[in-house]
Design a protein around this ligand. Sequence first.
Ligand code: NAD
Ligand code: ZN
Length: 266
Amino acid sequence: MLAELSPALTAEVQRAAKLLASKQRICLLTGAGISAESGIPTFRDKQTGLWENYAAEDLATPDAFARDPKLVWSWYQWRRQLVADKTPNPAHDALAQWQYHTQSSDQQLTLITQNVDDLHEQAGSTVIHLHGNLWQNRCSQCNTTYENRSNRLANSKNDLIFDEDLITCQHCGGYIRPNIVWFGESLPVQAWQTAEDAASNCEVFISIGTSSLVYPAAGLAQLAKQNGAKIIEINPDPTPNTIVDITLAEKAGVIMPLLIQQITTL
Ligand code: NAD
Ligand code: ZN
C-alpha cells in the first residue's frame, strides 16, 4: 500500500501513524490545498479566464467590496460556479473515515478548516469553519442573513443561477455579500474559540494543505507547539512553518488514505 512513496517518505508516514495512534487529542487544520485535487484552485494558483489579471488577495477584502461591489460579487458568483460540481477527494474521505472511527475509540479529533467549500461535510465530516461558507450570504451593512427568496442568487447549490447583478437588503438597502471572512476581517468568535482551545490542548497538530501565511489561522500550529504538541505538516511544497516535527511532502490525496489506513490498523 505504501509502495508508491519513496522509502524515506514511507518511513515518515509510518512514524506519523505511530505517533498519532499513541495520542488521544488531535487537532487538524486544513487549507485550500486539501481541495486542490478536487479541482478547486488555491489562492496561490494563478487565476484563469476572465479573472487572470486579478489576484485573489485583492478581491477578497472589505476595501475591494466597498470600492467595487459588483466586481467582487461577480468574482464570488464565478467561484461558486467553479466549486458547485466539485466533490471530495481521497483526503477528505480518509479524514471522514478517521473521524467516524474515533467515535468508538478514546481518540478525540477536532477538524478545523480555512476552506469555504463544503467538501469536508460532503465527505461526512464534522468541521469548524474559520473563514465562513461560500454558500451563504448576508447583508454588508446590517449583517442579516440573506435568504434566497428571489431565486436569482446562488444561495445554495440547488439554485445554479449565478447572477452577477448586485442584490440589496430588504431591511436596510445595503448590498448582499458572501458570508465569508475576508482578509483583514475578524474570525467568527465561537469558531475561533473552539479552534484555540483545541490547538492549545492537543497532543498532535496536523496542518494539511495550507500555506501557513494567513493569520490568525497560521498561529494555531504555534499555539499547539508552545503547549507541547508535535506538529505534522502535509504539503507537497515547503512552507515557512519552521516548527514542524514531521513533514510529509506529498499531495494530501496521496498521504491521507495511507496515513489513516496505518493509524486505524495499528
Ligand atoms: P493557500 O492558497 O494560501 O495555500 C494552499 C497550500 O496548499 C499551498 O501551500 C500549497 O503548496 C498546498 N497544496 C497545493 N496542492 C496541495 C495538495 N494536493 N495537497 C496538499 N497541499 C497542497 O491556502 P490557505 O493556506 O488555505 O489560505 C488562503 C485562504 O484561501 C484561506 O483563507 C481560504 O479561506 C481561502 N481559499 C479557500 C478555498 C476553498 O475553500 N477550497 C480555495 C482557495 C482559497
Ligand atoms: Zn441590511
